[in-house]
Design a protein around this ligand. Structure first.
Ligand code: CO
Length: 182
């Protein structure tokens, strides 16, 4: 039996958040444990989505549950090695947050629909289309796998509005690294 995993959130500006994540090659018990631990941390953090770089892993894995409710397992989606084949439909604006940017929210424009090819935890590949809130979460988490962050997508006005909070996150990271932390 593999050890149960327990992750911590990686916060902006930890460098792993800027790396392009690598494809998963082994669909094994370790992958299943990683996905489970990502869901656990997501629920614990009151999130609706989480990408592997946010737990310090350069791996192409994302998980989401649009309800944020661990009891509603039928809404859990785990995508391994996802690629976005098409973004389409009307562009909509919606306020997004990100667990790597605590307390920071911004209106982000994205197309309403997305077509994604991905594997499940079992390695079975499929193509699916998502719309509305689920599509938005998929696009946000997919950005993480490409090293693209909320701060890149927000308007210049929002970047200015959140300047102090962003500087505080950077200062916190610098203090942690100076203290010999991550
Ligand atoms: Co995020």
């Amino acid at each position: 039996m593999p050890q149960p995993l327990s992750f911590q959130l990686t916060l902006y500006p930890q460098p792993v958040l800027r790396k392009v994540a690598e494809p998963i090659r082994a669909f094994d018990a370790e992958l299943a444990a990683t996905v489970r631990a990502m869901f656990d941390l997501m629920y614990e953090s009151k999130g609706v989505g989480l990408a592997a770089p946010q737990v310090g892993l350069r791996q192409r894995i994302l998980v989401l549950n649009e309800t944020g409710d661990p009891a509603q397992v039928e809404h859990e989606i785990a995508l391994v090695n996802p690629s976005i084949l098409e973004r389409y439909g009307q562009t909509t604006q919606y306020e997004e947050g990100c667990l790597s940017f605590p307390g920071i929210y911004a209106e982000i424009s994205r197309p309403e629909r997305v077509k994604v090819r991905a594997s499940g935890v079992d390695g079975v590949e499929s193509v699916r289309e998502y719309e509305g809130f689920v599509s938005r979460i998929v696009q946000h988490e997919y950005d993480h796998l490409e090293g693209v962050l909320l701060v890149d997508r927000m308007s210049a006005a929002d970047r200015l509005r959140h300047k102090v909070a962003l500087e505080e996150l950077k200062a916190r990271y610098q203090r942690a690294t100076a203290a010999g932390g991550r």
